[in-house]
Design a protein around this ligand. Sequence first.
Ligand code: EZ4
Ligand code: CO
Length: 412
Amino acid sequence: MTIERAEVVVTSPDRNFVTLQITTTDGVTGLGDGTLNGRELAVVAYLREHVVPLLIGRDERNIEDTWQFLYRSAYWRRGPVTMAAIAAVDVALWDIKAKVAGMPLYQLLGGASRTGLLTYGHASGKDLEELFDSVRDHQEQGYKAIRVQTGVPGLTSIYGIASNATFDANAGVRYDHEPAQRGALPNEEDWDTRSYLRHVPTVFEAVRNEFGPEIPLLHDGHHRMTPIQAASLGKSLEPYDLFWLEDVTPAENPEALRLVRQHTTTPLAIGEIFNTVWDYQQIVREQLIDYVRSAVTHTGGITHLRRVLDYAAQYQIKSGMHGPTDISPVGMAAAMHLGLAIHNFGIQEYMKHGARTDEVFRQSFTFVDGMLHPGEQPGIGVELDLEAAAAHPYEQAYLPYNRLADGTVHDW
Ligand code: EZ4
Ligand code: CO
């Protein structure tokens, strides 16, 4: 059998998702996620115009060959659009292979290395009272590890705070924790690193006093600091024993992490905007990080992310796969199968999707006591309801951006 057709489905139940559905001549279907938050239609065009025509008639069993063909024959390698498109094809082909084998995908990847995946959820609040409520709410939902983000006095709107979310009357949902907002233009947020650096350690002190020493706590710096500022933050957070501190400096410059590393023992995570193993080459070899943040969806699929994680394993670096709501249920399922199979699993970020999304994507995973499991359905365990998907057409949405007090654009 061969690939008979491949459709790119764009749907916007609670937010935009790009899904590739590949169908073989035997009628087996596979799904892959190609969602690139705020730039979705670039991946749609890349797939529809330049990838789908190349897939028709190919032997769907040759996943590695298809991966190498799409990566090398384009000549213009890497980049988020290319690698999300290749990821969508790769995961769809793994889904088909596992369905044909009659096994959940993790079995084809070597079987389960653990009983479930430790997750972390996103607690946030504009002040401590709101934050504590949010931490308690996450604990009640079962989360055993929690990311902590708060407002900073003097700043009106910053990354990671659910209370900044706007109510979308059309969709009838709050975009809690979801930074991309529907609309024709990106929202502007404000930023001041000195205020942030003064405030964050006081927040972690308060959270440890309230919730005790046991609970794993995480924090995302979202690319905003210089190396010396990041080093200072890492040091000032050492008493609060973070599970990780994420994206302290802009990800383009791996050398920045050398300086941070020299000054602090706070574990570091990076990579949600990386696309290939080449982005990790130096920081893994020099042991500048502790966790790999890449998502299957943004790193060329199962085939390539596994390569990254096997490389990282040589240095005791673990997975911390990106799992915001902009990774679709298809991308999350792929992450769960990979995370269950690899030896160097660390933690899985998990934000729940909205009810409308769950109607469009029927899923087999379970979330019990803070642990995810992909389930035992053959394939990745997700089916796309095309009718439900068609009821939610694409709506333009952008991630926000930052300006400093004097108007200078800053990293977001
Ligand atoms: O801002 O996925 O750790 N999580 C994050 C995310 C990213 C969004 C961008 O689309 O940094 O919230
Ligand atoms: Co992040």
